[in-house]
Design a protein around this ligand. Sequence first.
Ligand code: NAD
Ligand code: UDP
Length: 320
Amino acid sequence: MRILITGAAGFLGSHLCERMLNEGHEVIGMDNFITGNPDNLAHLAGNQNFTFVRHDVANFIFVPGGKVDAVMHFASPASPNPLSPYGYTNLPIQTMKAGALGTHNTLGVAKANNARFLLASTSEIYGDPLEHPQKETYWGHVDPIGVRSVYDEAKRFAEALTMAYHRFHGVNTRIVRIFNTYGPGMRLDDGRVVPNLLQQALRGEPLTVYGDGSQTRSFCYVDDLVEGIYRLLLSDEHMPVNIGNPAEISILEFANVINRLTKNTAGIDRKADLRLGDDPQRRRPDITRAKSILNWEPTISLEEGISHSIPYFRSKMGLE
Ligand code: NAD
Ligand code: UDP
């Protein structure tokens, strides 16, 4: 296949480019570097099957070389942390445009090419969930004007537009609802919990836990996620599918795991006042659909995944 991947210079986009090239596909990577990093793609520079286009997906998309067989729309800021300049609350209009106009333009490319389309949606469309764990049938609990709404509502609009193109224009669409994913290739300074805590631990500092740390997340290692996404792309499933690791852990316990794996003895620093507005209290995917439709489930434990990620963070921090 000839595949357009937007958000290619980001964490997930760069892993997808690599996986698709390894599967023998041709990849056109597109990114405007608003939160991504060209370093993530540097090793693909000499690859004849890879083309990079610097472009903002909120504007009309021209695909070099003509026809594509698949479009994977991953371009969007993704960190909620207002303390980072890369957090989406500091890029609110760009975030809404990437989810709304970017989804419209990428769906347009898919329609014009009769290509399959895959939207990167998110567990955030469930908001601060009242149903636990979250099944794809849950409609969510999102404050439309909350601080996170620029992201959540853009993704909800993106899902609605994707289904509209599927139902009205017959576009061959897929929607993946991604739960917290981590691994090599993450930005060190976008404020997400994995890079924040791993860096503090590797510097021998106390780990900053926001609020009382009782809020939960379910962390998926990037290779597991990419496998699930690849299977979804090859499937015929048009309804949303959760891809994530159902192993739920509180942020306080997560900080303890990081300290143990990095042998950090500096402990934990709870910052009650830093609890982010509308920070979801619980999050855990129900992956029954992914198991039955894609025969997929994660295989990499948190301990393994964090251990695989430490060398990347050490190297980016200049520790080796
Ligand atoms: P990231 O910030 O590392 O990557 C996003 C990429 O999109 C960046 O390279 C950025 O420069 C690019 N981008 C943003 N707006 C753009 C625009 N208008 N035009 C072109 N490029 C643009 O984030 P990520 O974690 O890799 O997330 C990728 C996608 O997956 C996002 O759509 C995000 O919403 C979704 N997602 C990620 C997670 C996760 O845990 N990592 C969870 C749920 C959903
Ligand atoms: N968090 C934290 N310390 C940090 C960064 C984040 O305790 O340095 C918490 C944050 O409040 C949230 C959880 O960790 O409850 C996950 O945050 P992240 O930014 O990774 O993404 P989210 O899952 O909220 O989208």
